[in-house]
Unconditional design. Structure first.
Lengths: 218, 218
DNA sequence: CAGGGCATGTGAAACCTTTCACAATAAGAA
DNA sequence: TTCTTATTGTGAAAGGTTTCACATGCCCTG
């Protein structure tokens, strides 16, 4: 129940990503009114091993009951605290092209507490237009508006060619966490956390798998 | 230059994903008319180590010249063959909500040779409507149309609640590769390759990092 | 055409992650 | 209360990935 003493435990990226999976699964289980779940069943649902589930959770504490499993609601709550999603995050979207406007309407982000408060673009035709109740702001006002609205995370959905330029502005405005959808590797200072979502990568992975799968017969 | 004898080399997922990064970087370098690149410089651009770049490439052959580096165009061509993106892949989109229609317009997929040929939905109001030159088809016609158009990859952008039902239909239609954008873990037979793109996961990762970063001072 | 410089290709070492295997222990039955 | 059953929590082992370090060998200069 109690968290471990916070030594300089280094938690791996894979563990954090799996916590997201557990969180999603637990949310579903909670809706189904299931009270407890074993590592075995949780692992089956997320295509992992029971040992992995237990090991992942053990980095953060002892949440289960031997012989019984984990209490669904309580574990979900614990993971939400670990991931920091037990609160609201103010988010701004930069770029209102296809991807940007789709993500503004994407309810999953809101459900997890990531609330898009501001939208920016540099296209005069888009500035002032309404997207899901939000008015598109001029990117030249970004620094001031980000500060005024206490934005902590910026989602970048601009063309690759301008992405580095825009990210420099975002960094200059004091933002420390950026989720980038432009298909390019951006350079940021070491105190800024940048994650790049590369949607082509997954298609290329499928392409690789189809291309290199063992032939139908020998 | 010549590929290694195809033993039962097991190539790791991370290596394949990095090949995607190299491919993207090389495409840019080619546009900039750079003729050669060293592992050191390629690593710097993608925030990796030179040794990693060389090791990754060495699984597939010897593409570089000692003392000089790798020939940009040639290496790009080689990687495109490895990833299987030196050809066109026929793709179908299932679901024309926010994400689905954004991805239909996403030029990056086309540029990489992933051509969306068909769009499906089950909403009568959407069926027959035009998205970027493609008419939305009735999902009940999916099996026939997928076969007729030689579709090899399906992108799934439907609500989580119906995703398992739809993916069962896609599998029944004989599709072996699926890219899923629904935030849920889907079950497919072992001969079907499924990748799930979880966009909330990256935001949650940022949330975790912001929440657990070392405090400003001690 | 020989020699210096440079960057590759690659075994081996270091490091990291996952899996194993079992002691610990809570719940419920008898 | 004691016993049985189930499942956790976790060191240790196994397995996998990254980094090191250097021999190799190509290019270019003189």
């Amino acid at each position: 129940m109690v968290k471990k003493s916070d030594g300089k435990r280094k938690i791996s990226e894979s563990t954090i990503k799996r916590l997201s999976l557990y969180y999603r699964a637990l949310s579903l289980l909670e809706k189904e009114n299931q009270e407890t779940i074993s590592s075995k069943e949780l692992a089956r649902r997320e295509k992992l091993t029971p040992a992995q589930v237990r090991k992942d959770l053990s980095f953060f504490g002892s949440f289960g009951t031997r012989g019984l499993g984990y209490p669904v609601s309580e574990l979900k709550q614990q993971i939400s605290e670990i991931l920091g999603v037990n609160r609201v995050w103010n988010v701004a979207m930069v770029g209102v092209g296809n991807i940007g406007s789709a993500l503004v309407s994407y309810k999953e982000f809101q459900k997890q507490g990531f609330i898009i408060k501001l939208i920016f673009d540099n296209d005069q035709r888009k500035i002032g237009s309404n997207h899901k109740g939000l008015i598109v702001s001029d990117i030249r006002e970004m620094a001031r508006l980000l500060r005024e609205h206490h934005i902590e995370i910026v989602i970048l959905a601009v063309p690759a060619i301008v992405a580095q330029y825009i990210v420099d502005e975002v960094v200059a405005a004091g933002i420390k966490a950026i989720l980038n959808f432009a298909p390019i590797n951006l350079q940021v200072p070491p105190d800024v956390y940048l994650r790049t979502e590369n949607m082509s990568m997954e298609l290329e992975y499928l392409s690789f798998t189809l291309t290199n799968r063992r032939p139908p017969a020998e």
